[in-house]
Design a protein around this ligand. Structure first.
Ligand code: FO1
Length: 318
């Protein structure tokens, strides 16, 4: 029997790995990805959408294996020339990656929506999945740190996540709205599973769920909502999630991740997937009202990604 549609919520590198696994086990056209745009910014006159690009490059087999973001086999001549001119090079844009930013910026300037531009980009890169920005209007994550507020990429790339974090805000979130195609999917019975990828809860998934109407639409759909923990054995699979949790005064564990979601989004999660190394945490998480699945969540190979994707899709509402 053929499968219905799947909606994945994702940030960048960590989430894209599971999306690649989902794309590999689903029939063509059934994977839809709602991507965080809180990391987007305008830089050197160009619109940069890091999480969307990471998803598109990963799903089309183009992403850098070493970095996870940007393109494999990239060269950096523009950055070197810009450096010589005294230009800003703290955020590294590769020579071929620049074509994406140039084209997107030009298309947006013509008045097209980000959703439309990304759909065409996906098609041109040969990506079969539908990748949607969480909103066509800009939402910008600000990280409140002990040194004051920082725009997300200044915190993440320029400051290398060094300043301790206090809280996060998403400028423009009040005016944000899901793209029509994502809303239509959430109103459709064809949607069979919602997967929240193992992305950073605070700066990748919270911005998506904060889009007005988003998290309640996910909660109210009959499809099970399955979250894969981004914290394994007290460490983040990727990025600064563990460091942020410690700075926020939280225990760095899958239990604290589950508590974050159950307190902020009551009734949203049906299934919580944890790694085998965290099996002992299952009872405490189940007490928060979700079913726990224990499996291997560390995705090194393509087979690992597809196995985890298959396990997520096998979960049903009880
Ligand atoms: N991450 C870095 O750590 N350093 C960079 O210079 C950098 C450049 C960059 C350019 C394009 C792009 O799509 C992503 C890029 N990233 C870089 C990654 C990006 O900052 C993060 O992956 C996300 O914003 C966090 O999910």
């Amino acid at each position: 029997m053929g499968r219905g549609a799947v909606l994945a919520l994702s940030g960048g590198v960590g989430g894209a790995k599971l999306c690649l696994g989902l794309a590999g086990v689903l029939p063509a056209g059934q994977l839809h990805v709602l991507a965080n745009t809180g990391d987007d910014f305008d830089h050197l006159g160009l619109r940069i959408c890091p999480d969307i690009d990471t998803l598109l490059y990963t799903l089309s087999g183009r992403s850098s294996r070493a970095r996870g973001w940007g393109l494999e086999g990239e060269t950096w001549q523009v950055m070197a020339a810009l450096d010589q001119l005294g230009g800003e090079t703290w955020f590294r844009l590769g020579d071929r990656d620049l074509a994406t930013h140039l084209w997107r910026t030009q298309q947006l300037a013509l008045g097209r929506s980000l959703t439309d531009v990304i759909a065409e980009l996906a098609g041109r890169l040969g990506v079969d999945a539908a990748v949607y920005p969480m909103s066509d209007t800009p939402v910008r994550t600000t990280v409140q740190t002990v040194q004051g507020p920082l725009p997300f990429q200044r915190y993440f790339v320029e400051q290398q996540c060094a300043p301790a974090v206090e809280s996060f805000s998403f400028e423009g979130i009040g005016a944000a709205s899901l793209p029509a195609a994502a809303s239509a999917l959430l109103a459709s019975t064809a949607l069979e599973t919602i997967v929240i990828c193992p992305s950073n809860p605070y700066v990748s998934i919270d911005p998506i769920l904060a889009v007005p109407g988003c998290w309640t639409a996910l909660r109210d759909h009959r499809a099970p909502v399955v979250l894969v923990s981004p914290i394994v054995a007290g460490a983040a699979l990727k990025g600064p999630a563990a460091k942020m949790m410690a700075e926020l005064g939280l225990a760095v564990s899958a239990v604290a991740v589950a508590r974050h979601y159950s307190e902020r989004y009551p009734g949203l999660l049906d299934h919580f997937v944890i790694d085998r190394s965290d099996a002992k945490l299952a009872t405490e998480i189940e007490a928060m009202g979700m079913q726990v699945t224990v499996t291997q969540t560390v995705m090194s190979s393509l087979a690992d990604k597809q196995r985890l994707a298959g396990n997520c899709l096998a979960l049903e509402n009880s």
